[in-house]
Ligand binder design. Structure first.
Ligand SMILES: Cc1cc2nc3c(=O)[nH]c(=O)nc-3n(C[C@H](O)[C@H](O)[C@H](O)COP(=O)(O)OP(=O)(O)OC[C@H]3O[C@@H](n4cnc5c(N)ncnc54)[C@H](O)[C@@H]3O)c2cc1C
Ligand code: FES
Ligand code: FES
Length: 480
């Protein structure tokens, strides 16, 4: 596998590219600050920083869960553990000092992850208000629930953050403040000198990995013998581009990169809002669009949104490129219109001029940062206050994410009012075919879907209309 930098050290020639970074750190390197807890990306106790060289010649660090990270993914990067953030003079960093001063540590098991999360915030934060600080820790769970102390600690860091220059030129100030050690200087040059031949190897002939957040959850007992093809290392598969009519998202673009895209925020703002409810920061920093589609989970958030937005999947292979409507890409449970020598290169959307509305809802065990039990999206194309075209999609109610075609067709030409909302909710429930599973009974999921459709209309209805809607839960055709 490719050489990389671990803290201040050059590492090369590791023999087990599919081994989780967390296992290697703790068992082989005896770097035990990253904690071995859930092993499935849920808790953030294993968080480390992964730095990559940006085109401008600076290193962008991302917070990632080392339990979901195969060693191959680290090739060509700067891997930073808490040991690599500690000051060489044995003083505490400002982050550590703030946590101590505010009594934010009880059993301490989550503390290394919290330190890494707050260090990541100081490296990459933009606003430095309390809200941004809390969001920076959205992937870290404290089992002792000592959140008040942690919040007070991050509040202490606000003045430090407020005085920082933009992330691209921030490193010197962070070193001067003791947030990261002086060894971070020169990392960009050292990374630039590392060989990256993998970037030009063929994409076929191995197990394709986007971010690995699906592939490597629960993978500890079954390391893959295959060659891993890290798609995130392929610049041609990353990024967001747009023309007046079309929008294209590279398959290896991560959810966090989508959130950071000004183009997405400007052109498809409603999709941008959905992304904030996807996983926590360490998951968003790795999870890719392509992985969400190809994982073919019946409840993938991006799959459900993109179905409502009538997305097309761009499929590449050594033989050429073809384009498939997303609704036809999902063939059955975990079955896709994707052959073994093909990969998803991008997703394209047509941007409709004129008034459109979009809304996404999901219900999960936790309101945010969790995989849904049922999720749904509704896209409406409006003309003169009536619905010209609609696309209603749902996840968790069929073996694949689905577009509810009958309900969508029925909506065309209807007024945007309460009676339409109730009838659509009822029809959607009839059209879907959920099954009993760990996330809930079929009946419960049917009810959830009905409520989510109502929630779409409540969010999308013209202002003032909601209070007047005849929301009579008669379970059948609403009367007008
Ligand atoms: C703690 C946690 C929270 C999560 N929260 C959410 C959530 O809120 N919403 C949600 O929808 N999901 C969530 N997920 C699931 C997961 O993060 C997403 O499905 C994610 O988008 C998967 O992307 P990935 O790049 O990590 O996929 P990977 O694990 O890299 O790959 C998944 C599958 O896709 C294949 N693959 C990847 N990219 C391509 C490509 N371009 N072409 C062909 N094949 C490809 C891989 O071979 C593999 O079979 C969560 C996961 C965890 C662990
Ligand atoms: S051990 Fe819980 S996220 Fe990695
Ligand atoms: S202090 Fe115990 S888990 Fe957070």
């Amino acid at each position: 596998m490719q050489p990389f930098l671990l803290n201040d050290e050059f590492v090369a020639g590791l023999p087990q590219p599919t081994r989780p970074v967390l296992a290697w750190l703790r068992e082989d390197r005896r770097l035990t600050a990253a904690k071995d807890a859930c092993r499935e990306g849920e808790c953030g106790a294993c968080a480390v920083l992964l730095g990559a060289l940006e085109p401008g010649g600076w290193v962008r660090y991302r917070l990632v869960n080392s339990c979901l990270l195969p060693l191959t993914a680290v090739g060509g990067h700067h891997l930073v553990t808490l040991e690599g953030v500690n000051r060489p003079d044995d003083q505490l960093t400002p982050v550590q000092q703030a946590l101590v001063d505010e009594g934010a540590i009880q059993c301490g098991f989550c503390t290394p992850g919290v330190v890494m999360g707050l260090t990541d915030w100081l490296l990459n934060g933009l606003r430095f208000d309390r809200e941004e600080g809390i969001a920076a820790l959205d992937g870290q769970f404290c089992r002792c629930t000592g959140y008040q102390g942690i919040k007070r600690a991050l509040t202490r860091l606000l003045p430090l953050g407020a005085g920082l220059p933009p992330p691209e030129t921030r490193l010197g100030a962070l070193i001067a403040a003791g947030v990261v050690p002086g060894s971070f200087i020169g990392i960009a040059e050292r990374l630039a000198g590392l060989p990256r031949p993998e970037r030009t190897l063929p994409i076929t002939g191995g197990l394709l990995v986007g971010g690995g957040t699906d592939l490597f959850a629960h993978s500890w007992s079954r390391p893959s013998p295959q060659r891993l093809v890290m798609l995130a290392d392929r610049p041609e598969l990353r990024g967001v581009t747009a023309t007046a009519e079309r929008f294209r998202i590279g398959a290896a673009t991560t959810v966090e990169e989508l959130l950071e895209s000004p183009l997405l925020a400007e052109r498809i703002p409603h999709l941008h809002q959905v992304l904030e409810r996807f996983g926590g920061t360490p998951v968003r920093d790795r999870a890719t669009l392509g992985g969400n589609l190809v994982n073919a989970s019946p409840i993938g958030d991006l799959s459900v949104c993109l179905l409502a937005l009538a997305a097309e999947v761009v499929v590449d292979s050594p033989m050429g490129t073809r384009q498939v409507p997303l609704a036809r890409f999902f063939l059955g449970y975990k079955r896709l219109d994707l052959h073994p020598d093909e990969w998803v290169a991008a997703v394209e959307l047509a941007l409709t001029p004129g008034p459109t509305r979009f809304h996404f809802e999901k219900v999960a065990h936790r309101e945010y940062l969790d995989v849904a039990a049922v999720n749904s999206a509704l896209y409406l194309d409006l003309a003169d206050g009536a619905i010209r075209r609609a696309r209603l999609s749902a996840g968790g109610v069929a073996p694949t994410p689905v577009c509810l075609e009958d309900t969508s067709a029925w909506l065309a030409g209807r007024p945007l009012d309460g009676a339409t909302a109730w009838s659509a909710a009822h029809r959607a429930r009839q059209e879907a075919s959920p099954i009993d599973d760990v996330r809930g009974s079929a009946e419960y999921k049917g009810l959830l879907l009905r409520q989510l459709v109502l929630a779409h209309f409540q969010a999308l209805g013209p202002e003032g209309i909601n209070a007047d809607w005849p929301l009579t839960p008669n379970g059948g055709e609403a009367t007008t």
